[in-house]
Design a binder for this molecule. Sequence first.
Ligand code: ZN
Ligand code: ZN
Ligand code: FE
Length: 758
Amino acid sequence: MKRSYNRVRLEIEGIVQGVGFRPFLYRLAGRHGVRGWVRNISGFVLVEAEGTQANLTSFIRAIKAEAPPLASITSIRSTAIPATGERSFLILPSAPGEKAIQVAPDSDVCADCLAELFDPGNRRYRYPFINCTNCGPRYSIITGIPYDRPLTTMASFTMCDACSAEYGDPANRRFHAQPNACPACGPRLRLVDPAGREIRGDAIATAVDLLKSGKILAVKGVGGYHLAVDAGNDGAVLELRRRKLRDEKPFALMAPDTAGIERHAVCHPLDRQLLEGPERPIVIIPKRPDSPLSASIAPANGYFGMMLPATPLHHLLLRGHGTPLVMTSGNLSDEPIVFRNADAFQRLAGIADYFLVHDRDIHSLSDDSVVRVFQGNPLFLRRSRGYVPRPVTLPATQKSVLAVGGELKTTICLTTGDRAFLSQHIGDLKNSPTLELLETTVGHLKKLLEIEPVVVAHDLHPDYVSTSFAGGMGGLPTVAVQHHHAHMASCMAENRLDGNVIGVIFDGTGFGLDGSIWGGEFLVGGYRTFERRGHLRCVPLPGGDIAARETFRMAISYLYDSYGEALFDLKLPFMAEIGERDRKLLLAMLQRRINTPLSSGCGRLFDAVAALIGLRTSVSYEGQAAIELEALAEQSLPSGEYPYALFDEKAGVAIDFRMTIGALLKDMEDGAALPVMARRFHDTLAAATADVCAAIRRGCGMERVVLSGGVFQNRLLTERLHELLTSRGFTVFTHRLVPPNDGGLALGQAVIAGRTAL
Ligand code: ZN
Ligand code: ZN
Ligand code: FE
């Protein structure tokens, strides 16, 4: 009986180039008895496949089910075409001038390469730069497109015969693996002292010995340098803190394997899945109380930020060391992470005792990504290495936009069609190195993604560095986007929402439409327009920006709001820390309204409560008080809420917390435990917020609520609010793809500007 053959043309879109997709299809075709060919075409992978209908069906199903680890298929379009009787399956070369499809993110070493790394019989045994088409550096080493060896930082290394043979063999795992290398032809690892003198012997074995003796090492990773010390050595950790000028901000840890993490922290299945994924983010997980690691790693914090080795070098180092290392970004507080060798010796000179370096350059720096799990999904605190430049799919096609973010935790966003590309973490735009980084990132991403924006979006704040940067973008039209509107649009866009929603936007600060400082906002609207329908009652910020660091000022402000001048009669414990002169000064400022801008910032409310209950009166990094207050609250079961009041104001419903503060003081007088008060405060804020949403719904009938802004990094608050809103019939949307904090702001700006008629 003669079998009938069918032929289909498949257009496969997504991250499908530079990730071993063509050899994967070649092997798959062989297994499923399919003939035809594959080739890279601008924008997608084109396949013609011929076989029996059953073979074709199983082939297409396997493409989706077994795609290489670094690939990410967004769509497969299939069209029937006439059969040709072709007998083989070929990988056809890309036509000259073919554009890159999408640049893949950096990835940890795959299981096959890891096995070879520790196989004494393998020619890459203990070679720290082992990789294949399924793993290794990508975004960080690409200098231009198309993604080909000459346009990576591997350009200066010439492959030996053995590596060339692998590279040219379609059946080999290293077919067209651009960073392919071996000890004979590739990059070399060196251990050197601060003067640049090489330490003789096995670099990794010696580095392990130095770490065990308490030394601080600068270690070159995939996106930049880390500073490493033995996490079990309290003295060494404290010394690193001292040299890095980093007072209390938690250090990240790297453990050799998942079992090594579980000895110190409590992992749920999704934590484990995130930890073990090729992106290798830092995952925030609860400490085990009996963990013997240094108490100075994450002081006053119930969590560890932990990750698994993210490069072959890390695997070698951690296996040698056996127990966790502190792996914190190689920089001085607030500066961008160091990623160039020459820079490392200069800027880390006073910090690192030794340097573990190599000659494969990093072209684009990226910090470690940081996530925690929320309701079965990742919640990004920082989206950077391993995820960038993976796009977010927008609800609709729009014009090409560049969005430059805000001031803190800046990222930029470029869009084309219905894809939005968020950059790696750039950081706080307060120092000139960060501004430089903003500039180079914009230029590099435009080139890599071949996007020529027609509009530039920026924050409404007139004094932000990013705002003036946007104005200098070669005369392109600019769109100023209100900060909290951008947060709302960011959450809408990643959830692919259109139309109008209620946006609950809680963060520290953002420039409001009325010129005051917003940060506890209830907005109603969509991408094009919005209205402010509610907010936290405004209080003065005594001293402006200083109030975000000297958080006792907020407690004083909230007390003044309730008790006026009599506030200092209250004799609260935290007041003992404020000198007589400062008290008088603060009071005078509040009375005469000098340097006391009004703010509805929700972050400042957390600061005030943390100071009132005596948790802390100042912070050394943004969000510290809120993080510690959440950690406290998690130690308590729910035990009711404090009272609060809602007032109708011109700018919508205002939540008035004066009664809350009064009840909190009463709790303190009665000697309530700190966790109980912290928990009640969280539950009060959630209840009041749900009430305002219900009041807004009565006016507009909307059922969809998006939650955004840095305060929603707080899992306890988000969970409680989610529960309350859902039980009242709302549909609630939170962030899963980009951070709720200002790291996700550019996405919202980009969509708003993309929809704005100019
Ligand atoms: Zn591999
Ligand atoms: Zn070689
Ligand atoms: Fe914000």
